[in-house]
Design a protein. Structure first.
Length: 145
């Protein structure tokens, strides 16, 4: 009896340990509607630690994630996920990351990730040329970083 309990605990622990690398530290849904907003990420700002992974869930189709040019810390490459698909990114370089949904960037579908509480590229983030509705909502979001 005790042995089988011990085995059960071992199995549970093993499952937890082997699953953890695939568990995202933040999950953001890509949505057509959220309350009275349309074309949005469920969380517009997330703050994570260096090495954390953010997972974007394609809850409704028609969206993606694209890092904005000039909107990432120096040395970070381009990132543009496929349309209609879940995606994830492991953040190994600290700083602010600004991204948008390629087809909805003019409809206000933007988001920010702050990694390692590092805001050293804030001035560059403020210089991003947002378009349409994003231009209206970006300053308020940036002030909350
Ligand atoms: Cu979109």
């Amino acid at each position: 009896m005790l042995k089988s309990l011990k085995n059960s605990i071992l199995i549970v622990l093993t499952v937890i340990i082997f699953q953890s690398p695939s568990i995202a530290d933040e999950t953001i849904e890509m949505l057509n509607k959220l309350n009275n907003e349309s074309m949005v990420y469920s969380k517009k700002i997330v703050k994570v630690n260096v090495g954390d992974t953010v997972f974007w869930k394609s809850t409704t189709k028609g969206h993606n994630v694209e890092f904005i040019k000039g909107g990432t810390p120096e040395g970070v490459g381009k990132f543009k996920s496929k349309m209609n698909q879940d995606t994830e990114f492991k953040f190994t370089v600290p700083g602010i990351y600004a991204y948008w949904c390629t087809p909805h960037k003019a409809m206000g579908m933007i988001g920010f990730v702050v990694v390692g509480d590092d805001k050293s590229n804030l001035e560059a983030i403020k210089k991003i040329r947002f378009v349409g509705k994003s231009k209206k909502i970006a300053p308020d979001l940036i002030s909350q970083l």
